[in-house]
Design a protein around this ligand. Structure first.
Ligand code: SAM
Length: 307
């Protein structure tokens, strides 16, 4: 039930859930399922997208009915309520990413659509989950380091770095003002202002200059998740890497999670890196079965980039 709870709270695709595992549930177990999903206190306080909740419960009821199991009245009741509510007009909802190994939860406000307000940065992409998971397994690579995340979007990877991986200080950056506003909200959902080791800032790759950095915020590690999605961004992205590596005397490192939607686009990115003298190594790792839940149907590669 814990796994299903974590899937529900983080909005894991309902069509990827193995509903057969839940089609024999007794009334007590159905009630428990409701309590740890739809009626979970986190979902009451900061609800997951209503249309997602409706689809989740509808699939559960379908699995029970197909198995001729008796559906709990409370399940039908919640389904009815969600049916009335599922088309709410809010543009944003919440996701709660559970990190069992750290007994931590990251709550993020996210756009309900992949692209809104002219940016892809208002929702979390799979690469940010992959990078978070990799950082959790390799926290020694960023512990006590000053981190700058580029194209941070909702901020998941950087928040995990600050909250769970003992990073010294994390700066979440993005080039979209709407994204930076959302980052501020997400920081206040996850950190107390007074003692936090994390901040957000507007940083458009095209505009970065030496004056953006001081000794205090000179990064030792850069992070990036799903920022290599389109070859039109490569000149600006590799340009900003070139600038930051130069400012740090090539002492910093980049850990990048690249979603491979098109192998040729990814190879083109590697040749942009090579042309500026960078070397990229693919990091291999075994996914833990019991930490963050995410759907890995699209391949994601983790690279460490040095110069
Ligand atoms: C696909 S989203 C990935 C967001 C987040 N890293 C994730 O994986 O969920 C790409 C992000 O890169 C940012 N971005 C794209 N071009 C940029 C640029 N030239 N300067 C700064 N940020 C940029 C976008 O605003 C967006 O937040």
């Amino acid at each position: 039930m814990n796994l299903l709870q974590n899937k529900f709270l983080s909005g894991y695709a309902v069509n990827k859930i193995n509903w057969q595992d839940y089609q024999n549930l007794s009334w007590d177990d159905q009630s428990q399922l409701l309590n740890c999903t739809i009626l979970h206190p986190l979902n009451k306080a900061q609800p997951v997208k209503k249309s997602y909740q409706y689809a989740f419960l509808k699939n559960f009821v379908k699995a029970l009915e197909e198995n001729n199991a008796e559906v709990h009245d409370a399940v039908y009741e919640q389904l009815g309520l969600l049916c009335q509510d599922k088309d709410d007009s809010d543009n944003y909802a919440f996701k709660h990413y559970c990190i069992p190994s750290q007994k931590q939860m990251v709550t993020l406000k996210e756009s309900k659509t992949f692209i809104s307000e002219g940016t892809t940065g208002l929702c979390s992409w799979q690469a940010s989950l992959a990078l978070s998971e990799w950082l959790l397994k390799h926290s020694e690579k960023i512990a006590n380091k000053k981190i700058l995340e580029l194209g941070a979007g909702t901020g998941l990877s950087g928040i995990v770095a600050a909250k769970c991986c003992k990073a010294k200080f994390v700066t979440l950056s993005d080039g979209s003002p709407a994204v930076v506003n959302l980052l501020r909200e997400n920081l206040s959902l996850n950190f107390d202002n007074e003692d936090s080791n994390i901040e957000s800032r507007l940083l458009l790759w095209e505009d970065v200059s030496e004056s953006d950095f001081s000794e205090h915020n000179l990064p030792e590690v850069l992070l990036g998740a799903d920022i290599t999605y389109d070859n039109s961004v490569f000149p600006a992205l590799v340009g900003v890497l070139d600038k930051i590596f130069t400012i740090t005397g090539n002492s910093c490192k980049l850990f990048l999670a690249a979603t491979i939607r098109n192998e040729a686009t990814f190879r083109e990115f590697l040749s942009f890196l090579e042309a500026k003298g960078f070397s990229a190594n693919e990091e291999t790792y075994v996914r833990p079965s019991d930490d963050l839940v995410w759907d890995e149907s699209t391949p994601i590669r983790i690279l460490s980039v040095t110069r």
